[in-house]
Design a protein around this ligand. Structure first.
Ligand code: ADP
Ligand code: MG
Length: 683
């Protein structure tokens, strides 16, 4: 029998644990394990209680051996009939045990633990947890416990399982947490009682008991709900306070209110189209920010083609009017050039010039722009990462816009506004995500949403074609090209198979250009071509001198070519859902009807089938993002993983948007109250 008497610790009885006690005061936790726990934030009794189970073994998983089912994780209880150590030459040792429970026998194999052959004694009662496999069914390396006579097995009730720490057996962790529960009454509940009451949330102590030692299955969900609320609530309080503390005062750029003849009014009056209601509302939100005397920090979420660029332009016009400058950071050179061109057109009526700064510019060409920025002679600049270089300085940066913000790291996003004092920030994102998710990830920013697309836009008709059916898509393309419209044929390109992918695109290009589409002006475009050539090709396409682009994903993000109406995506099953939505967004940018054809061949996985079906059905990017989250899980969604909000169960937030809204609402109330206290104390 193992001895635990070497430790004189008592965690119960006359010395109940207290939340602030170090964990090594608990039975079974020595200094080394305490250090391991400390590293994951569970170094104190109170901290340990915040280590929540990742799953539970439910009594319903218990089965008799005769009922064992292949592939089903099960708990068995039985008597160890025999045990032996098997060594085969140089191979790792295997301990083989046979367990019987009156209904049958099952073999269990443990690897690389030869000592088990000695410590496990035939005749012992065992509780085993594993997944039967093979024929006859066996258990490979199952978890087990020896049940001593008179001792009730921990597997008899609901057993929590925690994220493993190497060297810390679940059994030890479970016991330590159980005894730590005695301290839960001394913990301060971070959710105020009235908030708990309003939303039917368990008090902290009850919730801790229910999550670590649930009396039945039904007790678990309310506890989880309470802790999710708590996390969201605390996070939103922090976000709200951060928003409240945003820089205000003398160093902030303040745009002028009222007074007719302002640049913004002239700009809005000069637009070649009518703004959508969404665009007008968002411009209003930005205008209020810029006139408020506090630094703006706003995230603009907009679906593909919803017209974010003109909103950013309006922001720039208003922000720079009292003598400031605006800078727009974009992820690619193609986009930088496109934005510079469209901003030049949009800003000409108000007499603003627009500079371009990209890394491919020869040093000599970049120099005049840098010096104009430094002297304050240039009001608006568009650029790639080149803008972030130290040599780029502004005389008076009033607004930093980051387009496709998820393509930049958090630190990079900070670099640009850092080049000014009290500069406003506007982040644009074309990955439409549900509001609850946006506010979980970026709740310290104010949020504006553009959903509406410009008037007259028709939804892009989306169709799947498999194998030989693709001829229909190509016939349609040919017809449209003959009618003077433009199109794309897009091929996937991934790093691992880049060479093969490029060849596939180039081969298709040669074949089509020489044969089936020989009557049209076809060009090849991919990221490996020299940038001058890429730019020339896109310009020619924009000018109408090219009918069709055979390309890779270089046209995926942000590119705006209004006359294109047909998009054929080859091997569409190799793309992600949000990515396909972006790609499809390259067409349907005018009042002509557009088509997107998704081509597949060979076997298509059920997951890919689902993605393509969603795309055929939906065109609202926000809905598509929700489906994408449902299919892939939030960890995979572009931009979510890198953000590293490991703490919050994003999937649960999406499943329960009402709970999220409740937590956010209560957080705003709390933050508002504490802000009032601060003001009344200082004033
Ligand atoms: P995105 O939101 O994807 O960045 P863009 O800003 O590139 O979209 O706009 C897409 C296209 O729609 C551009 O050609 C732009 O000139 C045009 N556009 C934007 N707003 C309107 C509007 N209100 N009416 C008509 N066309 C518009
Ligand atoms: Mg854009």
């Amino acid at each position: 029998m193992k001895s635990i008497s070497s430790s004189a610790k008592t965690s119960t009885g006359d010395n109940p644990p207290r939340p602030g006690d170090p964990v090594d005061t608990l039975r079974g936790i020595g200094p080394a394990r305490a250090a391991d726990l400390g590293r994951i934030g569970a170094g104190t009794v109170g901290g340990l209680l915040r280590l929540f189970p990742k799953e539970y073994i439910l009594p319903s998983r218990k089965k008799s051996i005769a009922d064992a089912v292949e592939g089903e994780s099960t708990v068995f209880e039985g008597e160890l009939k025999g045990v032996r150590l098997v060594r085969r030459g140089w191979r790792p040792s295997v301990v083989e045990g046979t367990i019987a429970d009156g209904t049958g026998e099952i073999r269990a194999l443990w690897f690389r633990v030869p000592y088990l052959a000695k410590t496990l004694k035939p005749g012992a009662s065992l509780m085993l947890r594993g997944t039967p496999t093979g024929s006859p069914l066996r258990l490979l390396h199952p978890g087990f416990e020896v049940i001593r006579p008179g001792e009730e097995s921990e597997f008899s009730g609901i057993v929590p399982r925690y994220t493993g720490i190497p060297g810390l057996p679940q059994k030890v962790l479970r016991r330590a947490i159980r005894s730590a529960l005695a301290a839960s009454g001394d913990l301060v509940d971070p959710i105020p009682p009235d908030v708990r009451r309003r939303h039917g949330l368990l008090p902290l102590r009850k919730a801790l008991e229910a999550i670590h030692a649930p009396s039945n299955e039904e007790a678990i969900a309310p506890a989880r709900r309470r802790f999710l609320f708590e996390e969201l609530f605390l996070q939103q309080v922090i976000f709200a306070k951060r928003r409240g503390e945003r820089l205000s005062g003398a160093t902030v750029h303040v745009s002028r209110k009222g007074s007719a003849g302002r640049a913004l009014d002239r700009f809005l009056g000069s637009l070649p189209f009518r703004l959508t209601g969404d665009q007008r509302r968002v411009i209003g939100e930005i205008r209020a920010d810029l006139e408020s005397g506090r630094v703006m920090e706003r995230l603009l979420l907009g679906d593909v083609g919803s017209g974010k660029t003109v909103v950013a332009a309006a922001a720039a016009v208003h922000a720079v009017e009292p003598g400031g400058q605006a800078a727009i950071l974009v992820p690619t050179e193609v986009l930088a050039r496109q934005h510079a061109a469209s901003l030049r057109k949009l800003l000409a009526p108000v007499g603003m010039n627009v500079g371009l700064l990209v890394s491919d510019l020869p040093a000599a060409a970049g120099r005049p722009i840098r010096s104009a920025l430094e002297r304050g002679e240039l009001t608006v600049v568009v650029g790639t990462h080149a803008l972030l270089q130290e040599s780029v300085r502004f005389r008076n940066l009033a607004l930093a816009v980051v387009d496709e913000q998820h393509r930049f790291g958090v630190r990079q996003r900070e670099l640009l506004p850092g080049k000014g004092v009290g500069a406003h920030r506007l982040h644009l994102s074309a990955t439409p995500i549900p509001r609850s998710l946006a506010l979980t990830l970026y709740g310290d920013l104010d949020l504006s949403v553009l959903k509406e697309s410009p008037p007259g836009r028709l939804p892009v008709t989306t169709q799947r074609f498999h194998g030989a059916e693709r001829k229909k898509a190509y016939a349609h393309l040919k017809e449209r090209l003959a009618g003077g419209e433009q199109g794309f044929i897009l091929f996937p390109l991934v790093e691992e198979s880049e060479k093969i992918d490029l060849k596939a695109a180039a081969r298709a290009y040669r074949k089509l250009a020489a044969g089936y589409l020989g009557d049209f002006r076809v060009r090849l475009l991919h990221g490996r071509l020299p940038s001058a050539e890429r730019i020339e090709t896109l310009d020619a396409f924009r000018a109408g001198d090219v009918d069709l682009l055979v390309c890779t994903t270089v046209v995926e993000v942000g590119v705006d070519l209004p006359k294109a109406t047909v998009m054929i995506v080859e091997e569409a099953d190799r793309f992600g859902l949000s990515q396909l939505h972006q790609i499809r967004g390259r067409v349907g940018r005018s009042d002509l009807p557009s088509h997107c054809f998704l081509i597949t061949r060979g076997t298509v996985t059920p997951q890919a089938q689902k993605r393509l079906a969603v795309l055929e059905l939906l065109d609202d990017g926000f809905r598509i993002a929700e489906e994408d989250l449902a299919i892939r899980g939030p960890g995979e969604l572009f931009g979510v993983r890198q953000h590293g909000h490991a703490g919050i169960d994003v999937a649960a937030v999406l499943r329960d948007p009402e709970l999220f809204e409740a937590a956010r609402h209560e957080a705003l109330v709390v933050a508002q109250k504490s802000a009032e206290t601060v003001t009344s104390r200082s004033g």
